[in-house]
Design a protein around this ligand. Structure first.
Ligand code: ZN
Length: 185
């Protein structure tokens, strides 16, 4: 297992469309192990493989509270098959956009089909944090970031900060640091 580097915006690889996984083989299991190690170290509650530079449709997640027992979840080739009409708003953050948090409105409930680590097809209906996190991570494997769901003005401000920071080789800083309730992924 190894902790991998997490890509930060404006890294263009974050905009890649991830490819489907054909077979859950040893390579995928190693990737999943590395993703969990990277995600727990960050720390984050969700991670898409593309965030560590591997454009495959693989997502890891653990929504357990800090001091509770770990609840690792893996979603291979996840696909949203249904969304509710009612929406819910959540203060999102992203390991690829560190220290920036903004409220995003998304469908409150979703149904997602995916393959598990045994290659078996599964389908779940999710709400609350799980629904938000699944939509955030499935966006990642489609090259979409949570800042694509906020106003253009705010998105441009964030992109500008991160472009400048990347040039300086320093992390981006935000004046009004909100206390994050969660890092998403
Ligand atoms: Zn993210």
């Amino acid at each position: 297992m190894a902790i991998r580097d997490i890509l930060i915006i404006p890294d263009p690889r974050l905009r890649l469309q991830s490819e489907p996984v054909n077979t859950v083989d040893k390579g995928i299991r190693t990737l999943v192990d590395d993703m969990f190690e990277t995600m727990y170290a960050a720390p984050g509650i969700g991670l898409a493989a593309v965030q560590i530079g591997v454009p495959l449709r693989v997502v890891t997640m653990d929504l357990a509270k800090k001091d509770d027992e770990k609840e690792p979840q893996v979603f291979i080739n996840p696909e949203i098959t249904w969304v509710s009409e009612d929406k819910s708003a959540y203060d999102e953050g992203c390991l690829s956009i560190p220290e920036y948090y903004e409220e995003v409105e998304r469908p409150a409930k979703v149904r997602v089909k995916y393959s598990d680590l045994d290659g078996k097809q599964q389908e779940i209906e999710a709400e609350g944090l799980l629904a938000t996190c699944l939509q955030h991570e499935i966006d990642h494997i489609n090259g979409v970031l949570f800042i694509d769901h906020i106003s253009k003005l705010k998105r441009n401000m964030v992109m500008k900060k991160f472009k400048k920071a990347a040039k300086r080789g320093e992390p981006a800083k935000f004046a009004e640091d909100k206390e994050p309730s969660h890092h998403i992924g």
